[in-house]
Design a protein around this ligand. Sequence first.
Ligand code: DX5
Ligand code: ZN
Length: 216
Amino acid sequence: MKTIVAPSLLSCDFGRIKEEAEFLNESDAQWFHLDVMDGVFVPNISFGLPIIEAFRKHTEKTLDVHAMIARPDDFIADFKAAGADVLTVHYEACPHLNRTIDAIKKAGMKAGVALNPHTPVSALSDIIQDVDMVLIMSVNPGFGGQKFIPHTYNKVRYLKSLIDQVGKPTLIEVDGGVNLEIASILVKEGVDVLVAGSTVYKSKDPKATITALGNC
Ligand code: DX5
Ligand code: ZN
């Protein structure tokens, strides 16, 4: 399995956190994707630190936290304490991104930057050398179950060339509306991490779907 699959827990049953974690532990998913939404940066509220902590108790796998929040700088230490391994902040929420990335790394986490669909990849040209991962949003953030925006393919291609120029092992993650067909195109374009909520949790056999995504 060369592609990292990060099922989005936004689509899981929060009344069964232990069982949901055990299910992913037994699957080929390498990461758990946790969508934190504050109702300010995005028009929805999901969950916060206690839910991350709860999943941490039941897994050794990588916790990939996607912070869709205003002022993520104020919570870096809290995300680390809750058990995050990768912390991705939004470009649009960080006026001092260089400082934010530095603080995430100093706190002992991998640092990711997410781009909304309208934000150009070129906005990262002077920070790309410092980030561990770029998350390209392929829907407008805030909700699961939305339709993939096809322009994402162009952004991935451009990002891949930017990363190749720098020559560092920066990961590319795509999040939103990813199904098996889209996944196989994304992986060919150089995507390393696939986030999938509905595609995994609404499928007849979620475990087999995770394996299929990983084999894309
Ligand atoms: C959307 C979130 C996604 C979402 C993905 O704002 O960042 O992670 O849960 O769900 P699907 O795969 O259903 O689009
Ligand atoms: Zn996400």
